[in-house]
Design a protein around this ligand. Structure first.
Ligand SMILES: [Zn+2]
Length: 486
């Protein structure tokens, strides 16, 4: 760790290198929490742990700053633990093998670095430890299990946050200030089907869709990438109508928060229709390439012979399934009216799987507006109810609707421009942050989220740009200086 000694500003790097030595996988944050409690006790700072395991450390205002509004700085204690398979490494014991690279980045040797959100923790510790940084009454909140489902934020103790201003230190692009995020909810539908014996003189084929980009159902939903479930369903529609084809099996997509990249169907047709199937397939393939020349250059559609199954879906069941998938919306549903270019509401037709006598269809919806999130979820539910599906919605989590008139945004914006001579980008993300959940318990919180630049988060490629840590630190302490009186 000695190489961190030469980096400035020293306090934040000292605490960051300390954090790298303490294990902190999601749901196993005991060691790092204990470390921080001892840190607080050694400095005579008050601390409180809620029933979810979140830690709050409080520090009094520095002299002359007592009348300022109280501010809560927040990071999460846990980190994603991913490593390359050729590395012998135990996240419960070993210090992160971080190093300073010549190209101006901190990296790790084959493991996640945990700068997400270790750099936020380090900044909080450096301020709690300081004697020469001016600040009003200060709270430092450290949440647990952010990476595995925002569990700490869900279970946040009543009354734990006393401040009305919160700075979330968990975003990953220096130069951007975030003022909103999306809430999410899932809708899972099960369509019952009947099976019948495969008609006489049938022949079976596998149809596959591969090579799509996929991507994250929040961050990438506006990019117009193909959805493998939608694409394969269009071909099923064509061959059912024109060749009276039958369906034996259908599966597509995988994770609920990923856009479906691949899909596969096993179909049967009458032997005499093979030539026609090939020509319909060729025509369909050409149309798909014409529709997606830029967004999906690697799109691959394949048709191949398959062993003949004993059974296929009954005609009515097949019809119902095609209609449901065709009618189910996918993609951006609404753009923000107050933040141009921001997706407000979207839905992802994520996955299709055949179970014993049901097809399971997984979808997920996002919106920065709670009412709009419920509405898009209801819309998807309606589609599947019309198809007589059994529907189940998840509990979901709330969003954080951007407030372009936020006082803390105004302060931060001015601070950024004074310090660096350029305007920060003001953004909202179409994915979940803990802030949405904080707002649910503390509706009058005024929040922003910012951080230094981290690339490759959640993978062994995770890296932290050194120069942006300096700017992040300067911005943070300047904002604290500018907080007005209560
Ligand atoms: Zn994070």
């Amino acid at each position: 760790m000695t190489q961190f000694n030469n980096l400035q500003p020293k306090p934040i790097w000292d605490f960051f290198s300390q954090i790298l030595t303490i294990p902190r996988p999601s749901d196993q944050e005991e060691l790092v929490r204990e470390h921080l409690i001892e840190f607080a006790q050694n400095r005579g700072l008050d601390h409180e742990v809620d029933s979810a395991g979140n830690l709050m450390i409080r520090k009094k205002a520095t002299p002359g700053m007592e009348k300022r509004q109280s501010v809560c700085l927040q990071s999460h204690l846990d980190m994603v633990c991913e490593k390359n398979s050729d590395i012998d490494f135990d996240f419960l014991k070993d210090p992160i093998p971080a190093y300073v690279d010549d190209d101006g980045w901190i990296k790790s040797r084959g493991t996640t670095l945990g700068a997400d959100d270790g750099i936020g923790i380090a900044a909080q510790m450096a301020i709690l430890d300081s004697h020469d940084i001016a600040h009003g009454p200060l709270e430092c909140l450290f949440t647990v299990a952010e990476e595995t489902g925002l569990t700490g934020a869900f279970g946040l103790g009543e009354g734990l946050i006393k401040s009305r201003i919160l700075l979330n230190l968990d975003s990953e692009d220096e130069g951007e200030i975030f003022i909103g995020c999306a809430g999410g909810i899932d809708l899972t539908a099960w369509l019952t089907f009947e099976k019948v014996n495969t008609p006489a003189n049938s022949e079976a084929f596998a149809v596959t869709v591969t090579g799509l980009r996929g991507g994250h159902s929040g961050d990438d939903i506006h990019k117009g990438y193909g959805n493998a479930n939608k694409i394969i369903n269009r071909f099923l529609r064509i061959i059912k109508d024109q060749l009276s084809a039958s369906l034996h099996d259908l599966e597509g997509g995988n994770l609920r928060n990923a856009i479906a990249r691949e899909a596969k169907a096993i179909i049967t047709i009458n032997k005499k229709d093979e030539a026609q199937l090939s020509s319909l397939f060729e025509e369909f393939k050409q149309n798909m390439h014409k529709e997606n020349p830029v967004t999906e250059p690697e799109l691959t559609l394949e048709l191949s012979h398959h062993s003949l199954p004993d059974q296929v879906l009954g005609e009515r069941s097949f019809e119902q399934l095609i209609n449901a998938i065709s009618a189910c919306p996918h993609g951006v549903h609404a753009w923000s009216q107050t933040m141009p270019g921001m997706v407000e509401t979207s839905t992802n037709l994520a996955a299709i799987r055949m179970e014993a006598n049901e097809v399971k269809i997984t979808t997920s919806q996002r919106s920065s507006l709670e009412s709009a999130k419920e509405d898009i979820n209801q819309m998807v539910t309606s589609v599947f109810r019309l198809a007589n599906a059994r529907c189940q919605k998840s509990t979901g989590y709330p969003g954080w609707n951007p407030n372009p008139d936020s006082p803390i945004l105004k302060i931060s914006n001015e601070s950024y421009q004074t310090l660096f001579g350029t305007k920060p980008q003001i953004k909202a993300i179409h994915a979940g942050l803990e802030c949405g959940l904080f707002l649910k318990k503390f509706p009058d919180l005024d929040m922003i989220s910012f951080g230094p630049t981290i690339k490759g988060a959640h993978s062994p490629d995770e890296r932290l740009e050194i120069s942006t840590v300096t700017k992040f630190w300067e911005l943070l302490i300047d904002i604290l200086k500018r907080i007005p009186n209560a």
